[in-house]
Write a new protein. Structure first.
Lengths: 316, 429
């Protein structure tokens, strides 16, 4: 029995020591120098790049692939940065990213937040920590992030977070890959374009949900907190609802509700493109990569449309 | 397929049927009576399986004939039912054959069927291996058991969480949206599924074997590096060994095996694999998957593949590639939800194959896939191909090696494991 306990103890000690040492070296000597990739490098770059730009675009892949800052000449002379995150980028993620951004240094002058109104529905059991996985490596950098994770994660997640290396869970190989190719890294504005065309022969339009949806209180509160943080720091907040091909994911009720909520204190400027019927310039299938992402040609048209709208509404 | 507490009674029912039947078989002297009891046990045990697993499948097929519409039964497949029915049946058959004495203690027998590491997804343990270990009075856990068990458990966890669950995001995206994917993505999805299902299932088996070993019990191996097989026949000797030997001992051999005429051997092979396929799930896709594997085995027997021994690394590699290709082809039917889906996927791979259309949104998983597959291949090829965990323990500095490897696999799992991984694929069976 003694031998067994001794073996388990040795494994446990080795594990914790290796975890802490490896985390320290990896964070300071590898991760901190990685500026590209979806596994944290691009966020690193966003946080550094932010110091030189006045306008930041936040959102999901529908921000990253749809809004080209170079074409937003009306607001930031085309020198903004697109920090949209593919596969993530809801308000939970963006709210925490905003705190990271403003904690790091001075706040930007403008934030363009891409919003999908039906994201704010309550979809079954809500797991917010899942949306924050990309920000785990930055836990030490934001009190708000730490508090949110601590309040909203279950015991299993808290146990996993005991291991510091867990912050790089699923990101380790990607970070390493981008670290080794860091010399070929080129400064960029975060925007990425997609090529290809939607296959209309196999495309089916999903019937929009007819029943009354309930909204997620946590997400709505985070959106309100986002607006309030921007107000406090005098950041001009612009919200954009991008369209979907043939209105696949368009729910008018959701667009109206979120618009109403955002309009409450009139501090937010909203550009609602969510109903594609009102945007004939974006209806052609040739402009779409899939039902929710415009391709490179579509992104140019959309970015220009957005720029024109901003120009009309915000320029004196 | 779910765990519903009331369903534990089904497990007790199977235990009761086979425990009682085995005792009676041993106590009865008449051969006919023994046979009647065996048939009674098999029919009743299979009936439970039929009701919960296959009932709605037969209703669907009956309804498809169009004579009369029968309503579905709203029942859920209890977790692990296929595994413990087969385990329990093997015990009764062995007692009937006189190879094993009937267990007189109901608690010990229940423990054999319900032993938790293997309850839900195998390995399908045999009575002659596990029951004597359960009956041992001086059962002790040694530090050797603990070291080997821990390493095997975390090796299994690595395979599941790092490799299988990482690959699953690609495979699910490819198969879930197959209508929109080009053939190149579907082909990649199929190849990755072959690796995913291996890591998912063998990972589970390693974890089950590892936990049992930590408790001082030795289970039989369930996988022996199947994708290093040089033909399908060898593959089935290395893949899901506990099921393939079960099918061999209780279906193929009783049908006559290879002892009868040539054509009968081919029929036996095909029938055995069809039953093996049907065991996996109540769907035509599983039957077709089994059928393909039966045809492969039959074909290899016809051309006497065992006589064509690969002599160098090139021919060996070609044979390994041949096996992997055929097996991956059959996985298309296994992974697809309907036959129509399998056909569409095959058509797309054949007719809509374009590397230029290859696109997958989550690029961040590729490095993880590369790291996972490299460690998997490295550990299997350089270590496990040459020795078992037990043999590795006999080497010098074993404590340091086992401790380091265990910590290594835990750290890799923390770093690269999919923390929101899906459940085990074989839990559905």
């Amino acid at each position: 029995m003694k031998k067994i306990l001794l073996y388990i103890t040795i494994i446990a000690i080795n594990l914790v020591v290796a975890d802490r040492i490896f985390y320290y070296f990896f964070t300071n000597y590898v991760f901190a120098k990685t500026l590209s990739g979806d596994t944290g490098g691009a966020i690193n770059y966003s946080l550094q790049k932010k110091e030189n730009v006045d306008c930041i675009i936040l959102g999901s892949s529908r921000a990253k692939y749809l809004i080209d800052p170079a074409l937003l000449t009306a607001v930031c002379d085309g020198k903004g940065y697109n920090a949209g995150k593919s596969g993530f980028g809801g308000i939970v993620y963006n709210n925490m990213l905003l705190h990271l951004i403003v904690n790091k240094s001075t706040a930007p002058q403008m934030i363009i937040l891409q919003v999908d109104p039906n994201y704010y529905f309550k979809w079954g059991v809500e797991d917010f920590t899942n949306e924050l996985l990309p920000l785990y490596p930055f836990i030490n950098n934001s009190k708000e992030l730490r508090n949110f994770i601590s309040t909203n994660s279950n015991y299993a997640e808290k146990f996993k977070l005991f291991f510091h290396l867990y912050r790089y869970n699923g990101k380790f190989a990607g970070v390493l890959f981008n670290y080794f190719k860091r010399k070929s890294f080129k400064p960029n504005n975060g925007f990425e374009s997609l090529t290809g065309r939607i296959d209309t022969t196999t495309f089916n339009i999903t019937e929009p949900p007819k029943k009354e949806f309930t909204y997620s209180t946590v997400k709505i509160n985070l959106l309100a907190d986002f607006v309030s943080t921007c107000n406090t720091l005098h950041i001009k907040l612009v919200v954009v609802f991008p369209p979907t091909y043939k209105n696949t994911y368009f729910v008018k009720q959701a667009s109206d509700t979120i618009t109403r909520l955002l309009n409450k204190d009139r501090a937010v400027t909203i550009f609602d493109f969510s109903d594609i019927q009102k945007n004939p310039a974006l209806q052609s299938a040739d402009l779409w990569k899939d039902d929710s992402h415009l391709n490179n040609t579509g992104a140019v048209i959309f970015s220009k449309l957005l720029n024109d709208s901003i120009s009309l509404k915000l320029k004196p | 397929m779910w765990f519903i507490p009331a369903y534990i009674l089904i497990l007790f029912l199977i235990i009761a049927i086979d425990y009682y039947a085995a005792k009676k078989i041993e106590d009865t002297h008449s051969k006919k009576a023994k046979k009647r009891l065996l048939i009674w046990a098999i029919v009743n045990t299979c009936l439970v399986l039929f009701i919960f697993k296959y009932n709605n499948f037969f209703i669907d097929n009956f309804n498809a004939l169009g004579f009369h519409q029968v309503k579905h039964w709203h029942i859920i497949l209890p977790i692990g039912l296929s595994f413990h029915t087969f385990q329990s049946l093997s015990y009764v058959i062995e007692v009937y054959r006189g190879n094993f004495k009937a267990e007189r203690n109901l608690l010990t027998y229940s423990n054999f069927v319900m032993m938790f590491p293997q309850l839900v997804a195998g390995p399908i343990e045999r009575a002659n291996n596990l029951l004597p270990q359960l009956k041992k009075c001086d059962h002790i856990i040694t530090s050797k058991d603990l070291s080997i068990g821990m390493l095997q458990f975390f090796w299994g966890l690595f395979k599941k969480a790092v490799v299988a669950d990482t690959l699953s995001s690609f495979v699910n995206a490819a198969y879930g949206m197959y209508q929109f994917q080009p053939g190149s993505v579907l082909l990649a999805g199929t190849i990755l599924f072959a690796i995913q299902i291996y890591c998912d299932f063998s990972g589970y088996s390693d974890m089950a074997i590892g936990i049992a070993r930590m408790l001082g019990f030795k289970f039989r191996d369930n996988f022996k590096l199947p994708y290093f097989s040089k033909d399908i026949t060898e593959f089935w000797r290395r893949w899901h060994i506990s099921l393939s030997t079960w099918l061999r001992d209780y279906i193929y051999i009783p049908f006559g095996g290879s002892k009868r005429s040539k054509w009968r051997t081919h029929v036996n092979l095909l029938l055995t694999m069809l039953i093996g396929g049907f065991w996996h799930g109540a769907s035509w896709n599983f039957i077709i998957w089994g059928g393909f594997n039966g045809l492969y085995l039959s074909f290899e027997r016809l051309i006497k593949i065992h006589q064509l021994r690969p002599r160098n690394i090139v021919t060996k590699s070609i044979r390994i590639l041949y096996t992997f290709t055929l097996i991956s082809f059959s996985w298309i039917f296994f992974r697809s939800e309907t036959f129509a889906q399998s056909v569409t996927i095959l058509k797309k791979i054949g007719l809509d194959f374009s590397l230029q259309k290859f696109w997958f949104w989550d690029l961040s998983i590729y490095p993880s896939i590369i790291v996972g597959l490299s460690i998997l291949f490295g550990f299997e090829y350089f270590i496990l191909r040459k020795q078992t965990f037990d043999q590795l323990y006999e080497k010098k500095n074993r404590k340091i090696v086992f401790c380091s490897l265990t910590v290594f696999f835990i750290l890799v799992t923390i770093l690269s494991g999919n923390s929101n991984g899906s459940q085990f694929i074989y839990f559905q069976f």
